[in-house]
Design a protein around this ligand. Structure first.
Ligand SMILES: [Zn+2]
Length: 549
């Protein structure tokens, strides 16, 4: 360095030192040069050529590319790549994704025999686990479309085995798990079903019956492994945030402590799984807000899923004439909880799949939010809003601001069998994302519900815009009058996801003061043919000013 040269005249040394002093305190931590940065104007996305200057994890300046580079401690040349606000999954199960990655994966199995084989292999490879867990079976994908039974599992292990259906709304377990939990053919539970054959439980428990299981929970170490596995995969796929649709308080506190210790660095908007105790606890304690977690909402279930015929319908199932589905919670319980949350200023988010469940939730929301004591702008969400009668759509948006929160890949996953459940007359009421977005005043948060669906946000874009499955069917798309545009879909995973979690001014757009959360692609996504989207990968991922991919 010049200052170290002894022969340097005094005044030159002084100026050199001043220059070094100036350079050692640059204005910014990092500058991303030659970026093509997405900017939102209404429903349209355009790109501006700028240098992005970052400080303390946030966007500190957007400098026109024609101007000189500012002083920064570090710089990255983005070579004209396309910078989107970080993509966020607005409805998913983060912990469950990690659990699915670390336990028996049954997604994509073509038969019950294949599931049993995967469990057998896992049992042989993992003698250390106390309970054999798995997830992802779906009898709709099997050649023999029937509930599985415990018989084959009973031969595999003397430990409890519990395997969740892909939608989480049913499990199949072995007789040891049933015995440990005291479940018999005579056991009854509101909002749930214990499937029996020849006077014995078969091992299948539907909806609320799952809560009867009394088996050892995963340990703290196992849960930390789940969380970190989920974080790695989400970042790999380009996600910079996730709304977790329901965790118990102790898991939320584990996440918070892990984040404070730097062991988990994924921004999470976590809904508390409702219970009378959880409501008492959190309303007393108040919301939890850090740079990494936000807890100010509760998750309720009003019905089950359509696949397992648990969704609550106004008219019977087309393929089970005496059956309307399952109500998972007593109406008066939901009404009382809604009134408390409206008064306390918390967000209420309710799972509603069937048209009857949606009608009920909307009427409960309307009553609670319309009360004089209700706090304003609570953005109560209806999660899934899957089958909504056209006359109920007008309850979204408006002065009460009720938000539909949808998952486009559900449309393409369900489209082959949903008509069996609903019949042709009700199909236009289902997966009506464009209509729901319009009813909501032109915005809609989008998610995947992973691990029920794949967490890849590119699959969401394909399903929302082309309304086609990964294998390309149907060629013309499914009910395409309910498709979203590409820009509307990206907004749903950025700006609208932020708004649904009270994060506008923090995330969801690339503007001054927001967190430096970016998902970067080498192409403008609008130039990718729909069927090439699943192969498209994020080039870089930045979270809170740090490059993570
Ligand atoms: Zn969910």
């Amino acid at each position: 360095m010049a200052v170290k040269q002894a022969s340097l005249p005094l005044f030159a040394a002084f100026f050199a030192a001043a220059l070094v002093g100036c350079r050692s305190t640059p204005e910014y931590d990092h500058v991303l040069t030659n970026a093509r940065v997405a900017q939102f104007d209404g429903d349209a996305i355009s790109f501006v050529n700028v240098h992005l200057a970052l400080r303390d994890g946030r966007i500190a300046a957007l400098i026109p590319a024609t101007e000189a580079l500012p002083l920064a401690s570090d710089s990255t040349d983005l070579t004209g790549t396309f910078v989107y606000p970080g993509l966020v999954d607005a409805h998913a199960h983060f912990m469950a994704l990690g659990q699915a990655l670390e336990t028996v994966n049954l997604v994509g199995t073509r038969s019950w025999a294949e599931c049993v084989e995967r469990v057998r292999q896992y049992v042989a490879d993992h003698p250390e686990v106390a309970v054999v867990r798995g997830r992802g079976w779906d009898q709709n994908d099997w050649t023999l479309d029937e509930w599985p039974t415990s018989v084959e599992l009973d031969a595999l292990s003397d430990k409890a085995i519990v395997l969740s259906r892909i939608d989480g709304h049913a499990v199949v377990c072995n007789q040891i798990a049933l015995k440990q939990s005291g479940i018999t053919a005579a056991t009854r539970i509101e909002g749930g079903e214990i499937i029996t054959a020849a006077g014995k439980p078969t091992g299948v428990l539907v909806d609320n019956a799952e809560t009867l299981l009394r088996i050892a929970e995963p340990s703290r170490e196992e849960k930390i492994r789940y969380l970190q596995a989920a974080e790695r995969w989400c970042i790999e796929l380009g996600l910079t945030g996730v709304h977790d649709a329901g965790l118990p308080t102790k898991d939320i506190m584990l996440i918070d402590s892990l984040q404070r210790a730097g062991g988990l660095r994924m921004p999470l908007y976590v809904m508390v799984s409702e219970s009378p105790e959880a409501l008492d606890h959190w309303l007393q304690r108040g919301p939890l807000e850090t740079d990494w977690i936000s807890v100010r909402s509760f998750k309720f279930y009003s019905d089950g899923a359509l696949g397992s015929r648990g969704a609550l319908l106004r008219a019977p199932y087309r393929d089970r004439h005496d059956h309307f589905g399952l109500a998972l919670r007593d109406q008066s319980y939901l009404r009382t909880a809604a009134a408390r949350l409206a008064k306390a200023g918390w967000q209420m988010n309710s799972h509603a799949i069937g048209d009857s469940a949606n009608h009920l939730v909307l009427s409960i929301y309307r009553e609670a939010l319309g009360a004089k004591t209700a706090k304003p702008d609570l953005r109560w969400r209806v999660e899934h809003a899957q089958v909504v009668s056209p006359e109920d759509r007008k309850e979204f948006g408006g002065s009460l601001g009720i938000v539909p929160s949808v998952q486009p890949t559900h449309a393409t996953s369900d489209m082959d069998w949903a008509p069996d459940r609903l019949g042709a007359d009700r199909m236009p009421h289902a997966y009506a994302y464009r209509s729901l977005r319009e009813a909501n005043g032109g915005w809609i948060p989008l998610g995947t519900d992973f691990p029920i669906e794949h967490p890849n946000p590119m699959y969401t874009i394909l399903a929302a815009t082309a309304r086609r499955a990964l294998d390309g069917h149907p060629l013309g798309g499914f009910q395409t009058d309910e498709a979203l545009t590409l820009d509307q879909t990206i907004l749903g995973m950025t700006r609208d996801a932020a708004r649904a979690s009270f994060r506008e001014g923090q995330a969801g757009e690339i503007r001054l003061g927001n967190w430096a959360d970016f998902t970067i692609f080498d192409t403008n996504l609008s130039e990718i043919a729909p069927m090439n989207l699943p192969k498209t990968q994020a080039l870089q991922v930045w979270i809170h000013g740090e490059r993570r991919k």
